[in-house]
Design a protein around this ligand. Structure first.
Ligand code: PMP
Length: 350
């Protein structure tokens, strides 16, 4: 073949999406059940008439709305085609070949991918014994080459979270030229007041970036829209490496409508949080190890039996997400769907 692709991309890991299996319940992608919020669904339908037009390239209305919501100047906001796109834009904005990106492992599987695409090097720091970010070890992993540290709080796929005091201690010690990206994709499911709202840190520190998404609590995963708040100079470069028009017009309208429906969203999250506790309690009663979760999923650290568990669950018509040799992540859904999963978990012989 005469085409020469970048040799360093030969080893690029593939992003593995949660599977959809006809006839089976999907608890594999941390989606919320029930579709978009009712008022948002109407707004999307109304907006369909205008899809022959290009979307607003600057995502102006949504960026302004987010800036007002969190009380930041709009220059500090960037909107992206899902927060995964913003992870990639952020890495591109900060890193060149030879630079290092530090993150916990296991954590969100896009971090090593976006790092490698930027030509930079991943530095993976093992989670601690409670499946939580080991912030001291992450601090120790920072070198003069480090440009970016991802802290996923709560962490995907373990659901664990770092507390206010330890994050302050960590941020106080990170060198000022290193950017800390607090990935808060699951923030809306946090109920523990000791798990900090990253916006507080973005407000007071000029090397902190917060990433959020409309994919999870707001139920817009299929439309692809997320946002970032960070230092203005960095947000500007993140916007520059944006693929033109990649936040489509329906996504922009739906995200705006979602921000008008916060009460509906909060009600939904509360129901998921109640179910989360019920599922975790039942799993614990069955003898499973279940780390404390702050997100809309639970983690079962099953080690070598992770794949086997996922196959057993699929045979019971429930799709979960297995990470080979490590564990299984199960999305919290409606009571009925969670019961189907619990039934499968009950039947797994250990
Ligand atoms: N961050 C984390 C921790 C995630 O789990 C996800 C979704 N799996 C994302 C970011 C990206 O979400 P999206 O691109 O749908 O906004």
């Amino acid at each position: 073949m005469s085409v020469r692709t970048r040799p360093d991309l030969g080893s690029l890991p593939a992003y593995v999406a949660g599977r959809t299996v006809p006839g089976a319940i999907k608890l594999a992608s941390n989606e919320v059940p029930g579709g978009p919020l009712p008022s948002v669904r109407t707004a999307i339908a109304d907006a369909a008439a205008d899809v022959h037009r290009y979307p607003d390239m600057g995502v102006t209305a949504l960026a302004n709305r987010l800036a007002r919501k969190y009380d930041f100047p709009v220059e500090r906001v960037a909107v992206g085609c899902g927060s995964v796109a913003l992870c990639q834009q952020l890495t591109q904005a900060l890193c060149a070949p030879g630079d290092e990106v530090v993150f916990a492992w296991r954590s969100f599987e896009a971090y090593p991918i976006v790092t490698q695409i930027a030509g930079a090097t991943s530095v993976k720091v093992p989670l601690d014994a409670t499946h939580t970010h080991d912030l001291d070890a992450m601090l120790a992993a920072i070198t003069p080459q480090t440009k970016l540290v991802f802290v996923c709080n709560p962490n995907n796929p373990t659901g664990t979270a770092n507390r206010h005091e330890e994050l302050v201690r960590f941020l106080d010690q990170v060198p000022p030229h290193v950017v800390v990206a607090l990935d808060e994709a699951y923030r809306e499911f946090v109920t523990d007041p000791d798990v900090p709202d990253g916006m507080e840190f973005a407000r007071t520190r000029d090397n902190v970036v917060v990433l959020r998404t409309f994919s999870k609590a707001y139920g817009l995963a299929g439309l692809r829209v997320g946002y970032l708040v960070g230092p203005a100079e960095l947000a500007e470069v993140v916007r520059k490496v944006y693929i033109p028009f990649s936040v489509n017009s329906l996504a922009q309208i739906a995200a705006l409508a979602s921000l008008d429906a916060e009460d509906e969203m909060r009600e939904r999250c509360a129901a998921i949080v109640t179910e989360r506790q019920r599922v975790a309690d039942e799993l614990l009663a069955l003898g499973y190890e279940v780390p404390e979760t702050h997100a809309n999923f639970v983690w079962l650290p099953l080690g070598d039996r992770a794949l086997e568990f996922a196959e057993h669950s699929l045979a019971n018509k429930v799709v979960v997400r297995a990470f080979a040799g490590d564990g299984v992540r199960v999305t919290i859904s409606t009571r009925e769907e969670n019961d189907a999963f619990l039934q499968a978990a009950r039947g797994f012989s250990r």
